[in-house]
Design a protein around this ligand. Sequence first.
Ligand code: ADP
Ligand code: MG
Length: 371
Amino acid sequence: MSAARALQDDLLSLFVVDSVQDENGLQSYLKRVLQVTSQCFRTSGASIFLEEGGVYHLAAKLGPAVRTPDGAVIQKGIGLAGEAIELAEPKIVTDGERADIGSSLIVPLMDGGTCIGVLNMARGHDEPVFGEEDLRYAGGVAGQIALAVHNAKLFASAREYDRLKRLAEVGQMTAAIAHEIRNPLTGILGAAKMIQEAPELTEEMANIIELETMKLNLLCDEFLDFSRPIRLDPEDQNLGDVVRATCSLLESSFSDSEVALTVTNENQTKCIDRRRIEQVVRNLVLNGLQATPKGGTVSVNVFDWGFSVHDTGAGMSEEAQQKLFSPFFTTKPSGTGLGLSIVQKVVQAHGGFISVQSQEGVGTTFEVHLP
Ligand code: ADP
Ligand code: MG
């Protein structure tokens, strides 16, 4: 029976085509399956139903004998096809109700022990009735169709998952942007109103506007860093210098908060993007400052493997530590939750990694390992 063999080969090659990797690919795959099976089994009509939500919905049909209306469903156990699904066995029907159909072949599409669909084929009276051999070959074909449908569903759900995840991120991002922009804007608006009402305050208000605008600028940088891949411009640098220079710019924030900042004097040459590593140090040190109460200490130490930032602050719960590097995770009323996610991106772009140790009420240490 070479036609049936050729059919199996044809279906096999259909099954491997990558067009089955999306929803439309599945549709055209099913159409093509029906064309090939109709030809090889000399049917006057064929249809495929696929399971969704416990019932079997018409997914594709072909040929003049198919009167099945769009949107038709088959329920397990009800009707001839429903019985074949329930028994999970292919079935030949020769005493159907329709005068134009001589015999039908109903083949459940089995994926493991589950029936994920059913292939129906009908022959007119001018063709011989379906026989045992047809039944056997149809079983093999059905296995391949079931596999292809199974794969197409996997691809579709993976894509849907990605899409939902992206949508959720866009939603979070939009909320974070709106929230973060509003504070500086309120400051700018207030300052502009003051200038109108009390021109003598112009200079003071202009300073506020400048400061708030700079905050907005920094915010834009942070959102952009998060949203695009990090490009590095690495050069040999003294890591000790980079750390000390960054920390010296933060000294006034520390004295305002009455938190001590100590930096070791170790020198280490590393091939790094200076601006990016400064950003990492600044983020970690400021997080340390924000977590540390008056009288506490943040210390930055340089080693041959990189550097560490230790604080005697609030520490973090196990749960917070799990989420720490996720974008938008923040426990601060005006935090973006992007700092550590950018830090991790920069460190990984350098071929390094970042680790954290923290104990609630005791403090936190971040280690940045750079190759
Ligand atoms: P943000 O600073 O905007 O909140 P980050 O990504 O920098 O965003 O930090 C995320 C969260 O991780 C913080 O809100 C805080 O809860 C926690 N965190 C980060 N660093 C520390 C630290 N040194 N001590 C305690 N908690 C920290
Ligand atoms: Mg931060």
